[in-house]
Design a protein around this ligand. Structure first.
Ligand code: ATP
Length: 326
């Protein structure tokens, strides 16, 4: 299908004004074989943060690129505020802003120049763009770097410049593709605060992340995708309830036979050990047994990360980021 078709840009939004992004049976196949999206259905409500989680290659960026009109789907549909991303890309682009994965500001431009140029390219007049750049830099604590070329800013500040550009648009739908990757814990929390403030103003954010704590902390609802399919979706607490377990026992062991652990709950291989999803009573029985055998063991409440591992299967080291100190 071609962009810029002759179809009139009609908002075919059929009713539910609270849904900003609606994705129905979305599919994308690269070449003949790589099925990156295999029938995704999602709805994102206005004024919320929707988290998209998944291991490397799950299809997150493909989904983000389709909903932000950078890539055509192979099937299905996606609408933003009722506008179809394939048939009405201009109407969609006016309503969205995106911070792409591993985006980089131009090293010889200042944050101020970036924001002004971006806003003018979105159709604001120069005077308004300058005023909005000033206020955005001020509210994001970037004002002191206003005239510093980005080449002289730290990686965390450069990332905040990209987020500042997107936020300055005041777009009703913001897409952040792994916005905190590589940031230190303080810079991450700064970004989290920006996200919260943006949605508090009634705007909507789609956020992809590898960080479980980030997804849990920020998302009003989320989806875990794997191999192009949704394997879990709901609020963080609804997703945690999928486990039917309250406690997780983490045991460091290279033991390959999991049957002994399975007596206590659902045993999953994860990283350098085993996780057993169970209830409090059996968790303490298992931990006692492990300690008697001098095995390294800990117990904690079951988390989103456990759902991720249970739904996605064994993950490679570094494929999903566990909780980080912050
Ligand atoms: P990551 O977390 O590593 O960024 P992701 O969830 O964003 O991964 P995608 O980048 O959407 O995943 O990739 C989904 C699948 O599609 C992968 O198998 C990937 O190799 C493949 N893929 C992505 N882009 C292309 C492309 N341009 N051409 C061919 N295959 C692609």
């Amino acid at each position: 299908m071609e962009r810029g078709s002759k179809l009139v840009a009609v908002n075919d939004f059929s009713g539910d004004d609270s849904v900003v992004l609606k994705v129905s049976n979305l599919q994308k196949t690269y070449g003949r074989k790589t099925r990156a999206l295999d029938g995704i259905d999602l709805e994102v409500k206005r004024g919320t943060v929707f988290g998209l989680l998944g291991p490397n290659g799950a299809g997150k960026t493909t989904l983000v690129r389709i909903v932000s009109t950078q890539l055509l789907p192979s099937g299905g549909s996606a609408t933003i505020a009722g506008y179809d991303v394939v048939r009405q890309p201009k109407a969609v682009r006016r309503r969205i802003a995106i911070v792409p994965q591993e985006g980089r500001p131009l090293l010889l431009q200042t944050p101020y120049e970036h924001i002004v140029t971006y806003l003018v390219s979105r159709g604001l007049d120069y005077k308004e763009a300058r005023a909005r750049a000033e206020s955005t830099l001020d509210s994001l604590k970037l004002y002191q770097y206003k005239n510093t070329i980005c080449g002289n800013l730290s990686g965390g500040l450069r990332q905040r410049v990209l987020i500042a550009m997107a936020i300055s648009s005041e777009a009703e739908f913001l897409v952040l593709d792994e916005p905190t990757i590589g940031l230190d814990p303080v810079a991450r929390v700064d970004v989290w605060n920006l996200v919260r403030r943006y949605v508090a103003g009634g705007k909507t954010i789609l956020l992809t992340t590898h960080y479980m704590d980030e997804a849990e902390e920020l998302s009003d609802s989320l989806a875990i995708i794997n191999r192009g399919r949704v394997v879990a979706k709901g609020t963080p607490s609804e997703i945690r309830r999928m486990l039917n377990a309250t406690h997780t026992v983490i045991i460091k062991t290279s033991q390959s036979d999991l049957s002994e652990f399975e007596r206590f709950g659902r045993a999953l291989r994860a990283g350098t050990g085993v996780r057993v999803l169970t209830d409090q009573q059996r968790a303490s029985e298992l931990a006692t047994l492990c300690m008697r055998r001098n095995m390294e063991v800990s117990i904690r409440p079951s988390s989103l990360e456990d759902v991720f591992i249970s739904e996605v299967g064994e993950v490679e080291e570094g494929e999903v980021e566990p909780h980080t100190a912050n």
